[in-house]
Design a protein around this ligand. Structure first.
Ligand code: ZN
Length: 202
């Protein structure tokens, strides 16, 4: 699996939740090292610079990530939030967050990993209490498990991204179509004939 961080979900909290990839199959961990975690905070745009992360930061980030994912999943299913996940995210959001500073060259945000994590938790709070909840959708690639915000007209977006999943799924569908031998029309008829239908008269 591609080890580069990806940002396709339309919200940093969702991209964060998606850093455990293919949750229902291989469960690929994107926060494999403290450096990979720190890189995510910068690449996501949460901060411009982050002080070096250590192993406990990774453990904390993974725990908050799993809590965010649980809350998002519960919200999508219309279920109550699991209390431990709610407590984890709220506690993290209460901590000091990454503070943007004005500099002669513009805005700059430097933070500790803990402050960056608090910012992510606040993003999750805003998302789940905000207007985008009805737009939350899981990628149609059954292996992917990314949840994204579908802002497309008529909510017809199928994939988290064309590059990440769409092209792969389209190619697989194309291969499947080519492999399936053409079946004659009769074989494609429903197995149980509808009783409402009158027998053909000759
Ligand atoms: Zn996907």
């Amino acid at each position: 699996m591609n080890p580069n961080h990806v940002f396709v979900c339309g919200n940093p909290a969702l991209d964060f939740a998606a850093t455990l990839r293919a949750r229902r199959s291989v469960r690929f961990e994107m926060f494999a090292t403290p450096d990979r975690l720190a890189a995510w905070y910068v690449e996501s745009g949460i901060v411009d610079a982050v002080s070096p992360a250590a192993e406990p930061d990774v453990e904390r980030a993974r725990a908050v990530r799993e809590a965010v994912y649980e809350l998002v999943s519960a919200r999508r299913r219309g279920e109550d939030y699991p209390a431990p996940a709610l407590a984890t995210v709220n506690l993290t959001a209460r901590g000091p967050a990454a503070a943007p500073q004005l500099t002669p060259s513009g805005r700059r945000t430097e933070a500790t990993p803990q402050e960056a994590l608090s910012t992510v938790a606040r993003e999750a709070v805003e998302l789940l209490a905000g207007p985008d909840v009805p737009l939350l959708k899981e990628c149609d690639n059954p292996e992917c498990t990314r949840v994204y915000i579908d802002r497309s007209r008529g909510m017809r977006r199928q994939w988290c991204g064309m590059e990440s999943c769409g092209n792969k799924m389209k190619a697989a569908a194309y291969r499947a179509r080519r492999k399936t031998p053409k079946t004659p029309k009769a074989a494609a008829a429903p197995r149980t004939p509808s009783p409402a239908k009158a027998p053909p008269t000759r």
